[in-house]
Design a protein around this ligand. Structure first.
Ligand code: HGY
Ligand code: MN
Ligand code: MN
Length: 417
């Protein structure tokens, strides 16, 4: 089949849904979500499944030395860099079935559709599974796509430790996915990423497709507050140096900073560790992580300044010491105009209402946009809930996303015809 015939190619939504449900078994939780931390045994299981599924339709699977997986389908002109469709298969500890998974499995559905129809694209097509997008086990997020795009060194990624002290490098080798290809060596011609919105806008406006124009800026910080462990019964209040009290006041201050810069600012403390975490010991040390986001870098700078001023002002009067380090700074990103046009055209051809939007969540596309034309496609998720085992995107919405992904890729491929 040639490009003139591509008007009637349609994905198989049932086959997509079956793959989503089949792979949800790897790390399935009792509440219907997925716990598939990056480089865990569950991650290895889904990677093995993904490799077999791609090879079953003639795909050639390559793994780079950060575990990124590339499944390639040749085109008419294999001298061209591939048009990629990428996302991630790792999840949050209490993740849902669709975050990341939809993007990779819809890309597989597109490739299955091309394979079944014998359609030959001009450029080669590749599906990409990026390692450690979530940044939950190994911080920061989007780590391996960041290495691919030159935002981090491979050594930095290898050195990252989870909260049990295991390194990225050791776990990557342990699950057998430390590939031979040097990360970043292969060329990407363009990348489309289909993803659930993870917010409430599309559902609230009754729109099926988000035409994503960019990703907001994101910054993560690690803070350690130090006081003194003491007996909760025998230590008078005025003699205490309670690290948890200090951390609690900082969490309040972080929330106030974000509220000062709404509606677009968000600020969260999602991870905190209290030591020794015993009922009758005044906490001597607290470790916590801060997540600030905003579409405008200048506002993020202001939020960071206010945060760093609040630390001594809040903690020193309580007799507490602290350390603070920014461990991630992912600046706001604009996506490629031509590819955004292909998504718009694809949605129109597929008959879905759209709305333009900037992504609140981070995605691998934010880094890949540094090295290749990139854009994203959103579909709704119920109540905008994500990073939650109750995350839910319907059969129709998944099918719509995959159809628009197919149309957008084929529309972009026309430029090489
Ligand atoms: O943090 C994020 O926005 C993404 O889910 N990793
Ligand atoms: Mn994701
Ligand atoms: Mn996520």
């Amino acid at each position: 089949m040639t490009s003139a015939d591509f008007t009637n190619l349609t994905i198989d939504p049932q086959r997509l849904w079956d793959s989503l449900m089949e792979t949800a078994r790897f790390g399935a939780t009792a509440k219907g979500g997925i716990r598939r931390l990056t480089l865990s045994d569950e991650d290895r299981q889904v990677r093995d499944w993904f490799r077999r599924a791609c090879e079953a339709i003639g795909g050639t699977v390559t793994v780079d030395d950060c575990g990124n997986m590339f499944a390639r389908r040749p085109g008419r002109r294999n001298d061209l860099p591939p048009i990629c469709m990428g996302s991630h298969l790792d999840t949050q500890p209490t993740g849902g079935k669709f975050d990341g998974n939809l993007g990779v499995l819809a890309a597989l559905e597109v490739m299955r559709t091309l394979h079944a129809s014998g359609y030959e694209t001009n450029a080669p097509i590749e599906i990409v599974n990026w390692t450690n997008e979530e940044g939950s086990r190994f911080a920061p997020a989007m780590l391996a796509s960041g290495v691919f795009a030159g935002a981090f060194t491979r050594e930095f990624a290898y050195s990252r430790e989870d909260r049990d002290g295991r390194t990225f490098a050791a776990e990557l080798a342990r699950i057998g996915y430390r590939g031979d290809e040097p990360v970043g060596a292969r060329k990407i011609g363009a990348m489309f990423e289909l993803h659930i919105e993870q917010g409430p806008i599309l559902e609230a406006e009754g729109k099926m497709v988000g035409v994503v124009t960019g990703v907001q800026g994101m910054r993560w910080y690690e803070v350690t507050v130090r006081g003194q462990e003491a007996h909760t019964g025998a230590t008078p209040m005025h003699l205490r140096r309670n690290a948890l009290l200090g951390a609690a006041r900082m969490i309040e201050a972080i929330d106030a900073i974000a509220l000062r810069h709404t509606p677009d600012a968000v600020g969260t403390v999602g991870l905190a560790e209290v030591r020794p975490n015993s009922r009758n010991v005044v906490p001597g040390e607290v470790f916590f992580c801060v997540d600030f986001r905003h579409p405008d870098e200048a506002v993020l700078e202001t939020m960071e300044r206010e945060f760093r001023a609040a630390l001594p002002a809040t903690l020193e009067p309580l007799g507490l010491a602290f350390e603070e380090k920014r461990i991630w700074n992912s600046p706001a990103v604009q996506f490629d105009t031509e590819m955004i046009g292909c998504v718009r055209k694809g949605a129109e051809k597929a008959g879905f209402a759209t709305r333009d939007m900037v992504s609140g969540a981070g995605h691998d596309a934010a880094y890949i946009a540094r090295v290749a034309p990139t854009t994203m496609i959103f579909v709704p998720c119920a109540g905008g809930i994500s990073h939650n085992e109750a995350e839910s995107t319907s059969f129709e919405e998944c099918g719509a996303g995959a159809q628009v992904l197919l149309e957008a890729v084929l529309a972009y491929d026309q430029r090489f015809g």
